[in-house]
Design a protein around this ligand. Structure first.
Ligand code: NAD
Length: 557
């Protein structure tokens, strides 16, 4: 079984199993394409199989970019990058790492959403593992089919709530694949250490069930005990086949997301990025904004538009941070308010979902978001309800009357669901808004000033959390780790970023930021006695050493 990639150093002679000739060119983890040197071609049976010119990796990157930029359709760009990943993994990661602003919206949101919607129609080659309801009783043998025993992180979805697109069943596989590519590009988690899993329990999406090219189980979703038993078997098998592997839950519907996290977080190393990753990246943005206003976290009040996974996760982490700053927990929760599709979440509302209850305060009902802003006078509004244009001119103007520097985060994705655009936030607040978004927005010129809004992108957080947890073999992933990650991210924002209105660092620095986060997370693991290795003297160096480098190495000395 190949245990080498172009990103590894290659000590000593080539092992027996090392492929030659066409088999080598067809192995994406080893292939260098036209970059094989003449000596490698000679010794590895490649003479004549490649054009005579030996390319450098830089030339190959240039060729990829030229082709990529010629393609106009985002979906075709996605397909092109997928086939590059299937052909030459090192080159794929080099392209992503060097061009994050251009590539990340293609390998992940928003384009990955389009790819999932079309999954059965654009499918070309297998990637990741499918664990389905048909595998009950033999899930561990399915996991054993995965060729790399050193997998250390699983991203799993059941496809029920893919981004803002709803139930996409097995077509949701694009999400774990995309997330794990981000682990490698943003934090250098070795590609072989990651395992994308589609937990296919069926779909209730009629159009998929009727689509002849749909690739998932053609049945309605398992629910109740059947769902829970299969999930329990799967999670148990993950730890049996890959002891200590980190499991990231991704894009589960509310009714399973909170429940699964609650049930398993103290039993295996796992987390939910939609809840906890979002919380950390948003809290980092708030901390950056407070560096501008000079305010203290404990003096803020937050009004969320939306009361789902993102809102609850963010409110929980902000509450924990306020408690850490010495505030009483009840008072801290009282600083977080939520408006959902039925208005302000208040105590008197009937049949409130469990996750909303901690934020259902004693207050008369308020129906409208604008009225809620006027009455509650928040210092920050956070849009996570996927309601396009909900931050109206009146709302932003009201926030600006209430606050010298209003914090306005329009986090809903995709761009069409954004609560307001960057341009609107700056224009309507007279350049005062401290703005972050869920989707990318171009820089804005306003009143002679150039603002560079940045995305509150989860990719700043989860890759570093994963790298840190995996490197020190953390047995649990705790809220303190996400808090440490948020603080490390906020500390990575430079004064120059803040001066141009950026509450996050440039994505070009994401690998350094992830390293910093990984070290912070590892320190928490040691402090909480959750690490599986002794604390190294130079944690930073150990972590850096773990990071995958897509530069080619010579296979023949
Ligand atoms: P969710 O489905 O768990 O929650 C959505 C919430 O919005 C629910 O509470 C729902 O009641 C509420 N809602 C629906 N219609 C509403 C209306 N008309 N008015 C007020 N509230 C309404 O989804 P989620 O995971 O919490 O994600 C919500 C949004 O946040 C999505 O658009 C998602 O893309 C975005 N998000 C962004 C980031 C990021 O930028 N880093 C991270 C996570 C989620």
């Amino acid at each position: 079984m190949p245990q080498q990639t172009p990103g590894d150093s290659l000590p000593g002679p080539l092992p027996e199993w090392f492929p030659r000739g066409m088999a080598l060119l067809r192995d994406p983890s080893l292939n260098k394409g036209s970059a094989f040197t003449l000596r490698e071609r000679d010794m590895l049976g490649l003479c004549g199989l490649l054009p005579p010119h030996v390319s450098s990796q830089e030339e190959q990157v240039e060729r990829v970019l030229e082709n990529f930029r010629r393609i106009e359709s985002p979906l075709e760009r996605y397909i092109m990058l997928q086939s590059l990943q299937d052909r030459n993994e090192a080159l794929f990661y080099r392209v992503i790492i060097e061009n994050p602003d251009e590539m990340m919206p293609v390998i992940y949101t928003p384009t990955v959403g389009l790819a999932c919607q079309q999954y059965g129609h654009i499918y070309r080659s297998p990637r990741g593992l499918y664990v389905s309801a048909a595998d009950r009783g033999k899930v561990s043998s399915v996991l054993r089919n995965w060729p790399y025993r050193d997998a250390r992180i699983i991203v799993v979805t059941d496809g029920e709530r893919i981004l803002g697109l709803g139930d996409l069943g097995a077509s949701g596989m694009g999400i774990p694949i995309g997330k794990l590519s981000l682990y490698t590009s943003c934090a250098g988690v070795h590609p072989r250490r990651s395992l994308p899993v589609m937990f296919d329990v069926g779909t209730n999406n009629e159009s998929l069930l009727e689509d002849p090219l749909y690739l998932g189980l053609r049945q309605r979703r398992l629910t109740g005990v059947e769902y829970d038993e299969l999930m329990a078997e799967f999670l148990e098998a993950t730890q049996e086949v890959f002891p200590g592997i980190v499991v990231q839950f991704e894009d589960f519907a509310n009714h399973n997301a909170f429940r699964l996290l609650h049930e398993y977080r103290d039993r295996i190393p796992c987390f939910n990025d939609d809840i906890q990753g979002t919380a950390a990246v948003t809290m980092a943005g708030v901390l950056s904004a407070l560096r501008v206003t000079g305010g203290a976290l404990r003096d803020q009040s937050f009004l969320f538009l939306g009361a789902g996974e993102a809102a609850t996760g963010i409110a929980d982490l902000l509450t924990a941070a306020m408690v850490e700053d010495g505030m009483d927990e009840v008072a801290a929760r009282q600083r977080c308010w939520m408006v959902d599709s039925r208005g302000l979440v208040v105590r008197s509302r009937m049949a409130l979902a469990e996750h909303k209850r901690p934020y259902a305060h004693e207050h008369p009902q308020v129906q409208d978001f604008h009225d809620a802003v006027e009455i509650l006078r928040p210092t920050a509004i956070i849009g996570v309800g996927a309601v396009a244009n909900a931050f109206t001119r009146e709302v932003v103007e009201m926030m600006t009357r209430l606050n010298e520097r209003p914090i306005i985060f329009a986090l809903s994705n995709p761009t069409s669901k954004s609560e307001c655009t960057a341009e609107q936030a700056y224009a309507w607040s007279g350049g005062k808004a401290l703005f972050a978004s869920g989707s990318p927005f171009d820089p804005v010129e306003f009143d002679g000033q150039r603002f560079v809004p940045r995305q509150g992108n989860n990719s700043y957080i989860f890759p570093g959390v994963g790298l840190g947890a995996v490197t020190v073999q953390a047995s649990r992933i705790t809220d303190s780790m996400f808090m440490a990650a948020a603080r490390a991210l906020a500390e990575s924002v430079e004064q120059a970023d803040l001066e141009q209105g950026s509450l996050y660092p440039s994505l070009l620095r994401v690998r350094d930021v992830s390293l910093r986060i990984a070290v912070a997370v590892a320190r928490v693991a040691f402090a909480e006695d959750l690490a599986g290795i002794p604390e190294p003297a130079d944690l930073d160096a150990v972590m850096r050493d773990q990071m995958y480098d897509p530069a080619y190495v010579s296979y023949v000395g």
